[in-house]
Design a protein around this ligand. Structure first.
Ligand code: PGA
Length: 267
């Protein structure tokens, strides 16, 4: 966290978990624990579509924001089963995860649809959390850097520097998601630097690349978050499994608060 302009983010991706009642309980545990606290990271809860309204109601008036896990890029139409950006905005949702590897792996998400969704999110003033990451096979074949650079460049096609400014990127190596195998913090930081370089090259604007929060995701736990937070180019975490349990998720927030309190203040 070297750039003081980048506020750290702890985002919980609940995936396909939690009924309405369970979502209410978890959201209220988070809200109650952070009430009146200072030096908080930006906290974002991403429940299922069916949990959005409940979590929005529970977090209203608190520093906790709400995100969706996916959306379609079109505004309306004959697209059975899909949810549009204006529908999310209408509910009061602020963030949206785009291009999560599970969407890429199981639901046919491509670099092109990621770009379409990203453009739609920006158009509707939703803050996108764009996910990129290599598979184990790609890593073992030394393709990590090429895959990440390609995913980033493809996701950001046709976006102006101004549009890129508001996005968040999550580096989530596919082999680390839900496996308990966390990517070494220094390696995640190396990839985060590569992401910044790729963004900088698109518009020849290193400052722009430096301003984008980059989260790490993949088996983040209270026991390993501190190392990630120590890294110069990582600004928090996108958390799956550990976000489903209030105690564990709150421990991630506390670790980030601690780090923020130790950070040198701007003079
Ligand atoms: P995990 O998931 O923390 O359970 O590995 C992270 C994610 O998929 O965003």
């Amino acid at each position: 966290m070297t750039n003081p302009g980048r506020k750290p983010v702890i985002a919980g991706n609940w995936k396909m978990h939690k009924t309405k009642q369970e979502a209410k309980q978890l959201a209220s545990a988070v809200v109650n624990a952070v009430k009146g606290q200072s030096d908080l990271p930006q906290i974002v809860l991403c429940p299922t579509f069916t949990g959005l309204e409940t979590v929005l109601a529970e977090t209203a008036g608190s520093p906790v924001e709400v995100g969706a896990q996916n959306m379609d890029w079109r505004e309306q139409g004959a697209f059975t089963g899909e949810i549009s950006p204006p529908m999310l905005v209408d509910l009061g949702v602020k963030y949206v995860i785009i291009g999560h590897s599970e969407r890429r792996q199981f639901f046919g998400e491509t670099n092109q649809s990621v770009n379409q969704k990203l453009q739609a999110a920006i158009k509707h003033h939703l803050i996108p959390i764009v996910c990129v990451g290599e598979t184990l096979d790609e890593r073992e074949n030394n393709l990590t850097d090429a895959v990440i650079a390609r995913q980033i460049a493809a996701a950001l096609i046709d976006l102006t520097a101004e549009q890129i400014k508001g996005i968040l990127i999550a580096y989530e190596p596919v082999w680390a998601i839900g496996t308990g195998k966390v990517c070494e913090a220094t390696e995640a930081n190396r990839v985060a630097k590569l992401i910044r370089k790729t963004v900088a090259n698109l518009h020849n604007m290193p400052d722009l690349a430096d301003s984008i929060p980059i989260l790490y995701g993949g088996s983040v736990k209270p026991s390993n978050i501190e190392e990630q937070l120590e890294q110069s180019d990582l600004d928090g975490a996108l958390v799956g499994g550990a976000s489903l349990n209030a105690e564990e998720f709150l421990a991630l927030i506390t670790a980030t608060q601690k780090k923020l309190r130790l950070a040198p203040t701007k003079s």
